[in-house]
Design a protein around this ligand. Structure first.
Ligand SMILES: [Zn+2]
Length: 366
């Protein structure tokens, strides 16, 4: 192991080789890479640029990704067919997730059933450790530990080496496309899945926005919370308004309550996938983060997914990357401004501070 942190180009080369030549029997390795990328955005790095990641945190991510995928893809001979995620038998994690789904309709409800959730996470963590964790970095029979090393595994956590989390942060969109493209091809290549894959909606089934309709369920909460006004222009919302991802779905494809705002259809259409400029960011900060706890309680009462701290971390990452890339930030209509450092004054340094939220409801009656 050299002492020099890996550079972005070397990281991409190794990742590309891993995706092209890695011997993947199940889709776990793609899910693992997706998890490492997401956790690099959401967690605070150590001073040397490394990041400790507990296997349980990886397990929670895998449950999240496989949650929609464990549902039947299509009816076949009168029964729902769940896509195989493994060349042989169904992948164990899919079966474990499906079993929990039969008792809990939504992910927030499953999370709130603490005992069962803990059992699921422990089980998935066991599979992660036994299967993809130590196989991921073996390509063509040769091990190249460029992400983390087995030697540094301690207290059920891996350590992403210096430079790795930074590379995931800088190249996130690229990495996600590559990983999910390979994941999709793997599922398409499993013979038993082929009869089911008639048309081309597979990508949206696997990676969303599959449950997009559920965004509608946020609308009433947001309207009330924002006093019936558009978050961007602050004018009254006359029609139904549009549920907008403050950090665009295309940048970070997760529906979490605090990242959602209500806006005019026209404001939403003009903003597109751009970052909003600092004054909008401040409105979001004041409305959604400073009052995170209030929002969280409302989301919980409707079993809607949310995580204020995570939404804040994602915003911090998006603005940090946008500033580095010289991105244009949206003001209104067709007006933009180059993103400067002023967003830092809004979100603050040490961007991964937690926001105050109540603990999730505890359904002990389970
Ligand atoms: Zn507006």
């Amino acid at each position: 192991m050299s002492g020099k942190p890996i550079g972005e180009l070397e990281f991409l080369r190794k990742l590309q080789r891993l995706l092209a030549e890695g011997d993947f029997v199940a889709t776990y390795k793609f899910a693992l890479l997706n998890a490492l990328a997401d956790l690099s955005l959401e967690r605070e790095l150590a001073a040397d640029g490394s990041l400790r990641v507990p296997v349980s945190a990886i397990a929670e991510k895998l449950i999240e990704y496989y949650w929609p995928q464990a549902r039947p893809y299509r009816e076949r001979d009168g029964t729902g067919f769940v896509l195989l995620q493994n060349a042989g038998q169904q992948a164990a994690i899919i079966n474990a997730v499906a079993a929990v789904q039969s008792a809990h309709a939504t992910l927030p409800a499953a999370r709130a059933a603490k005992l069962r959730w803990h059992t699921l996470v422990t089980r998935v963590a066991g599979t992660v450790e036994a299967m993809p964790l130590w196989k991921l970095q073996t390509v063509g029979g040769e091990r190249d530990e460029f992400l983390y090393t087995q030697a540094e595994f301690a207290d059920d956590a891996i350590r992403l080496m210096p430079g790795v989390p930074a590379a995931f942060r800088a190249l996130y969109g690229f990495v996600l496309d590559a990983v999910r493209g390979a994941w999709l091809r793997q599922i398409t290549n499993i013979a038993a899945n082929r009869p089911l894959l008639g048309n081309s909606d597979l990508a949206s089934f696997l990676f969303g926005p599959g449950e997009r309709a559920s965004l509608e369920r946020f609308r009433a909460v947001l309207r009330d919370h924002q006093g019936g006004r558009c978050l961007y222009c602050l004018k009254e919302l006359r029609g139904t308004g549009c549920v907008d991802h403050f950090i665009a779905w295309s940048r970070y494809p997760v529906d979490l309550g605090h990242n959602l705002v209500l806006a005019h259809d026209t404001c939403n259409a003009k903003k597109r996938d751009f970052l909003a400029y600092a004054a909008h960011l401040e409105r979001w900060q004041v409305s959604h983060l400073e009052r995170a706890s209030e929002l969280a309680q409302r989301f919980d009462s409707l079993a809607l997914p949310h995580d204020g701290s995570r939404s804040r971390a994602i915003a911090w990452w998006a603005y940090e990357q946008g500033e580095a890339a010289g991105a244009h930030a949206w003001i209104d209509a067709d007006r933009f401004v180059r993103l400067d450092a002023s967003w830092r004054g809004v979100l603050g340094e040490g961007g991964l501070r937690r926001v105050a939220e109540p603990p999730p409801p505890d359904y002990r009656s389970e």
